[in-house]
Design a protein around this ligand. Sequence first.
Ligand code: GLN
Length: 630
Amino acid sequence: MYKYLLTPKSLSAVRSSSLGLLRFRSKFAGSKLWNCSFPARTLIQTLCLHTETEENRHISQSPSRTDRAMKYVLVTGGVVSGLGKGVTASSIGVVLKACGLRVTSIKIDPYLNTDAGTMSPFEHGEVFVLDDGGEVDLDLGNYERFLDVTLTRDNNITTGKIFQSVIEKERRGDYLGKTVQVVPHITDAIKNWIESVAVIPVDGQEGPADVCVIELGGTVGDIESMPFIEALRQLSFSVGHDNFCLVHVSLIPVLGVVGEQKTKPTQHSVRELRALGLTAHLLACRSAQPLLENTKEKLSQFCHVPAANILNIHDVPNIWHVPLLLRNQNAHHAVLKQLNLLSIATPPDLQDWTKMAETFDNLTNSVRIAMVGKYVGLTDSYLSVVKALLHACIACSLKPSIDWIAASDLEDDSAKLTPEAHAAAWETLRNAACVLVPGGFGDRGVRGMILAAKYARENNIPYLGICLGMQISVIEFARSVLGIERANSEEFDAQTSDRVVIFMPEGSTTHMGSTMRLGSRKTLLQTPDCITAKLYGNPQYVDERHRHRYEVNPQVIGALEEKGLKFVGKDETGNRMEILELPSHPFYVGVQFHPEFKSRPRRPSPLFLGFILAATGKLEAYLNIHQNGV
Ligand code: GLN
């Protein structure tokens, strides 16, 4: 049990809480405790937090497993962006978890967008979707996959969210006539948000985690991250030095013919951090080659960090090696020591993890997967799909070989305008063992996707259509098999008389804003006699994440089913089509949801697994063995 300590500080934190409405989806969700209004919840949480007051200081000194203060690991970045800060932060989490600690995480994105929902995948990579419908930065996907946790929308903090909550409070008059300022109002809001979210259980167990890894997006010194840096400085002070550990990720470039490893950029960024009041306890140095001993010494001397706390993350064959690299350099020891957790933690057990990383390295046989999409220029746009394919391939001892096909290159127009690209795209499609059409928005490339779905259907090539990919297969089937030439989705042709995919919002039918169907929804399986039911182990329903606005028109279901396209998964009302299959085909599956978001390294998504098994001719044998849902 938690010690519920009512201290003056916790009470004032309750009074000053500015988080707004947090929607908690925890073990306690649904209980009265967690349905209460935000300030009341904050009170409960704040009482669970052990702020360093005279009354509760003893807790952090005699930490039993449940009575400790929250421990924070802050991961910042210096020199350049794109250093793999997210992977480093999640890897630190993996190592701490391997030491027997429960870990949660928070990602701070200092941009002004409220969430990632409106951000272009071309620019920012995929929008990751959480169980609670949060549309968040793709790094949260990394955390969910690495730490095997289920995060909430509040685990992703943005400047937009913070400012919105403060401005809402100001409009309500909660500041009692005071001038509302970045310091202290914005910084207080950030601190309160962090402390409140850190205690939400994300691993299916009760009570808060032991450690919260906070990743601060961007690079230290960015104007937009200043309020966060200041809030984190204050947090480091208020939680106390043995509850706060800062890992600074930096770059060690190699210049010139001599190939000298340069430490100056890192020195500068550590100095910048110190000027802002934050001290790095560990340095995680990214480099192409391992760091030389004298590079480390220099860094230690000029950055004020013990040599043992200077970690080197050099290039590795795959990202699963990063936690191993950290463990090999005793990163866990340095972090645990800083957080005064050495007496509680166990030696890191990364046996399974090692096996997984090494299995990946040693895969020889590959399977060619054609990915026919719109945003193929930036592979991060489909990051979770790529990861889900990887998880499934590894389970089949195969190396994924993804052939990216820009859908528009498959179209007839492209044969005239860019004949070479057209020929190459078709050649690639024909050489693939299976075809995947992932999610997407807008009509670009849709005709190419329809051609790819047709090709897969007519040639018995395994096909997996995700969200847009499912809608594409319905349009294709209606056109080719039902002969409805103008069959289309309202999204691509609002005027079409043959709307086989229509706008079916859960809420308003007149407003586009907030009409997306988002997050986890139940899909009831209509029959055990279908590939999907068997792959999932014959449950009554599956819970997968959604992010879409359009759906298959319920009025055309009868005609489609008569010609052989079966809707084997529907929502609880029976009006929304969730899963389609073509029983006459070895594997032709379309899903309105996104199974990729819940795929995990050692627990591949059943649909991706089935897709890869089908691509290698092993699905039938697998289903025979797993008939009873093992
Ligand atoms: N654009 C389609 C819709 O809104 C599909 C969305 C998706 O693939 N995520 O329904």
